[in-house]
Design a protein around this ligand. Sequence first.
Ligand code: ARG
Length: 459
Amino acid sequence: MWGGRFASGPDAIMEEINASIDVDRHLYRQDIAASKAHTAMLAKQGIITADDAVQIAHGLDTILSEIEGGRFEFRRALEDIHMNVESRLAELIGPAAGRLHTARSRNDQVATDFKLWVRDTIDAVDAALAGYQRALAERAKDHAGTVMPGFTHLQTAQPVTFGHHLLAYVEMAARDRGRFADARRRLNESPLGAGALAGTSFPLDRTMTARELGFDRPAANSLDAVSDRDFVLETLAAAAITAMHLSRFAEEIVIWTSPVVGLLSLSDKFTTGSSIMPQKRNPDAAELVRAKTGRVAGALQALLMVMKGLPLAYQKDMQEDKDSAMDAFAALMLSIAAMTGMVRDMQPDTARMKKAAGEGFATATDLADWLVRVLKLPFREAHHIAGRIVAQAAERGVALHRLPLAAMQMVEPGISEDVFSVLSVDRSVKSRTSYGGTAPRNVGATARKWLRRLDREGR
Ligand code: ARG
């Protein structure tokens, strides 16, 4: 392609390190779409003839079907997707193929292709996350009143509902989707027509190609257009945060399905056995989701390091933007699918959850709140009294609601029979009706709100 300046071919190692076709072949659809938009624009602007444009477009269509039909031979010697396509075009249509690259460089071409690819990925991730949210909200609706222990420091803290816990992940996924949507909005400016770095002397219509490819507008600065990889970084950052969220839930699945804890079980669909221990049921899918987070975060870090020392404009370093990013997005999509599957599959042990919710004196805060509300004590004092009553219960080895009234009255004489109305775990969750609280009524309403919202989005 640059034979004019070169007399001999590259060293084998040069080809090995330089070729990107194994990775950027995945951009073939975007590459061909951008070339078609460029061709149509060149013809409309009178830069190439209508005749040549028709030939080029036909040739590109043929190449698309060859690639999709597995009939295309990708060649390493041709370095990348751009030159593989162009070289095949020359075989198919002859000299007219040489006009396609007028007023274009691989620098604006690859930026355009990868933006389109990342944009498609964002849309796919968004749809997958919406499906994950739906699965969570459906289970939350069914378990709006299922009481379980809520944890802080992984110690039993206060009773919550299983539905409330699931809805926490719906909120996280909503913020994740928001981050992807933000990245998409900023991404959506077309680099095509920036040329190698300086723009071009040809009378391009960059707005036309931008519109044709679904961009909002052309990127305003040609140097920036070819050297910007923020769109990958931002999307990887959104992906890393999403993967971190999935990993936290995966970790809970691993803990909760341990026989020692036993709050949750997974079916044969999402577990594996052991080759030596016949009793084992391992939550491998959850563990792998947890692990894949490393890849996603690693890809973000890798590209930040690739970019941090680069002067303007395009540098070949930037070719390293695709491999780990593509791997990271694939890992993320698989993780979302696995989590969605596990959410549908998981069976809470509701009896065990309820029993565990009542252990560890989880309604001690309810007792303190009762002392504030009924005896008008300051909360700090109430906290102290409740603590002493907990100590009494612990000493006798009984749950708070099994402690005789007389024992409580020894600590605080003002306590009446009415206190028992707040000490059960059911009463505890039912009372937490503050906005965003765990009361089953709140949880049911919020789950239904999410399902309606997803319906409206057509998800
Ligand atoms: N394969 C290259 C990449 O992915 C395409 C751009 C090459 N540009 C250049 N000036 N060598 O970045």
